[in-house]
Ligand binder design. Structure first.
Ligand code: HEC
Ligand code: HEC
Length: 216
């Protein structure tokens, strides 16, 4: 095929793609949106709540408003048992079963859907020294944001003190962050291992304290 014709075809294809793409994408996104909401309601809402704000009774954290890439990464960690595969982590192991039922595109769609929902501050359930927690939190702010709103690491303020505390202890015990292909989890495990129980509790209490107490 002569070169001129080939490049003409490439140009034509590019023009066609530009014209067609927006309409198609919109349709696909809308369709995926409805199907994803239904998938969430059927498969996840019984534990994580209708509005994805979590359930302490079931130890299931809030997901609404969490970072999209983080959610998708955790769902594939569970599916591959890079998280939830330690025998001491019975809550994490529940999630491996559900994550394994999802396809790659289910995980992507659910992460996009959940990150788009509004986050709320989960009410405090624990007591501790929030002022000391605030000081300790300074070493976390570079990754989790100045007041826990997220950054390179996930958002922490919407999770609830009980869940933040439980995960810090899981990391410290290496029942999370144990897998050689889970570099982020291993890093967090090393950080959490520097905190004792009381310090973990104080940080969790600080992150669930009213915004004013966090200096916002
Ligand atoms: C039987 C209850 C149950 C069901 C159903 C369930 N989960 Fe979970 N999920 C949990 C629990 C408990 C945890 C906390 C695990 C831990 O402690 O590590 C969790 C953790 C998660 C996390 C990690 C959040 C974080 O901050 O790291 C994600 C993401 C998640 N679930 C998404 C889903 C999705 C999406 C579905 C539906 C396909 C689902 N879950 C169904 C109980 C459930
Ligand atoms: C170098 C960046 C970095 C620092 C510093 C850091 N974190 Fe993290 N944190 C992360 C990343 C990345 C993850 C996700 C890890 C994973 O995939 O398991 C995470 C996960 C977490 C989680 C689990 C959230 C969830 O939804 O399950 C908690 C809780 C947490 N960090 C608290 C802290 C606290 C408290 C400190 C300070 C003592 C801290 N982190 C310091 C990067 C960091």
């Amino acid at each position: 095929m002569p070169r001129v014709t080939l490049s003409a075809i490439v140009v034509l294809l590019a023009v066609a793609a530009v014209c067609v793409a927006p309409a198609q994408q919109l349709r696909v996104q809308n369709g995926a949106g409805d199907a994803t909401r239904a998938l969430y309601e059927q498969g996840c809402a019984s534990c994580h709540g209708e509005t994805a704000h979590g359930s302490e009774a079931l130890a299931a954290p809030a997901l609404a408003g969490q970072d999209r890439a983080y959610l998708e990464g955790q769902l594939s960690n569970f599916a591959q048992r890079r998280r939830g595969g330690d025998p001491r982590d019975s809550y994490g192991s529940q999630m491996t079963l559900f994550a394994q039922l999802l396809s790659d595109s289910d995980r992507q769609n659910l992460a996009a859907y959940l990150s788009s929902l509004p986050a709320t501050q989960t009410p405090p359930t624990m007591t501790g020294n929030a002022a000391r927690g605030r000081e300790l939190y300074e070493s976390c702010a570079a990754c989790h944001g100045p007041s826990g709103e997220g950054g390179a690491g996930p958002r922490l303020t919407m999770l609830g003190d009980w869940y933040v505390y439980a995960q810090l202890r899981n990391y410290a015990a290496s029942s999370r962050g144990y897998h050689e292909q889970d570099a982020d989890g291993q890093n967090m495990a090393a950080i959490a291992a520097t905190l004792n129980e009381a310090q973990s509790r104080d940080i969790a209490v600080y992150l669930s304290s009213p915004s004013s107490a966090r200096g916002e």
